[in-house]
Design a protein around this ligand. Sequence first.
Ligand code: HEC
Length: 155
Amino acid sequence: MFKNTKIKKFSLLFVLTGAIAGTAIAADYKSIIVHRQGIYDVMAGHMKVLKSILFMGNENISSVNYHAKAILEAAKHHGNAFPKGSDKGKTHALPAIWEKPEEFKQAGQKLGKALQEFISVSEMADKEDLKEMQAAFKKVGEACKGCHKKFREEL
Ligand code: HEC
């Protein structure tokens, strides 16, 4: 089904979820929070670029695949992003992350799957693939929002 066999499904299981177990010392929390927020901002930047191409007529269609892959790459670099105790400080992370770690993990996996599909449909894409890419992009957006709804405070 997927054109892109280079992406190992295995690694996707760890997208965004590497991390709930494990603890860190208090001084680390600030750097952990800033780091994870920075990763999310990077992902949001790519989503913004993709929106301009897929929905606003920007012509850089051949870049869609790059941005899709870059979101996955950023997500993979989350590291130990939600250790216990990192609910304190300047963060919008909700306690549900630590109360329902399985659900949180699944929300991350949902994004991983949606990204895999998006990367696959945007490989070697041209204008004829626009509709398919739009649909795949929407699923990625839904995976972001799905997690935010349950696990992030309203910004
Ligand atoms: C598995 C859950 C989950 C998924 C999936 C997820 N996010 Fe988030 N996101 C969070 C949480 C939790 C925070 C709050 C982090 C904090 O404030 O410490 C957050 C914060 C953010 C922020 C605010 C960062 C800041 O500077 O405060 C942005 C922007 C964002 N996410 C974008 C995205 C985008 C775009 C996607 C999809 C490509 C995405 N997120 C997918 C859980 C998720």
